[in-house]
Design a protein around this ligand. Sequence first.
Ligand SMILES: CC(C)(COP(=O)(O)OP(=O)(O)OC[C@H]1O[C@@H](n2cnc3c(N)ncnc32)[C@H](O)[C@@H]1OP(=O)(O)O)[C@@H](O)C(=O)NCCC(=O)NCCS
Length: 155
Amino acid sequence: MRLEPVTEDNYRAVIGLEVHEEQRAFVATNLKSIADAWIHRPKLQPLALFGGEELVGFTLLERDRPGVLHIVRFMIDRRAQGRGLGRKGLAAIADVARSEGRTELVLSVVPGNAVARGLYAAFGFTDTGEVDGGELVMRHVLAPSTRAPAHLAEQ
Ligand SMILES: CC(C)(COP(=O)(O)OP(=O)(O)OC[C@H]1O[C@@H](n2cnc3c(N)ncnc32)[C@H](O)[C@@H]1OP(=O)(O)O)[C@@H](O)C(=O)NCCC(=O)NCCS
């Protein structure tokens, strides 16, 4: 899974990604998220999620507190869901956080979003007990990467 900037070349396709109808209450449209990112640039960073060559999802990241990466939006296109890409997307975001020396991921989720809550809990997120705008705030403290640095992995 690769995270790529939203650019002139891919933004129409990113806007064309969609969740299932019954999931629409769980996440803003990507069009709204790109607008949010424009208004709040450079604090908000919109990123396209690629599985190989295929555009499969979108995330909006915020760096508002030292040490913390805030996942403001996260979605996998309805046609690509259920293939483990949500989990891989979270892993790629965690790698970004680690590469910046951050130790914590934070997000919030609509209480009725059982699939997302299950995914986040399985990934290692726990409830903080805080509620933000009716959404449950979850956090994940990152263990240092166990992957060998690239220059060692090649040997
Ligand atoms: C939440 C979301 C990102 C998960 O993406 P995904 O690519 O389907 O996730 P994965 O394939 O990695 O599956 C994660 C887990 O959810 C389960 N799952 C996925 N879709 C499911 C469904 N429709 N019903 C029940 N379980 C489901 C998978 O079985 C998996 O559990 P497992 O690891 O125990 O097998 C995706 O459903 C989505 O975009 N939802 C709409 C937007 C949203 O809610 N975003 C989160 C806002 S906080």
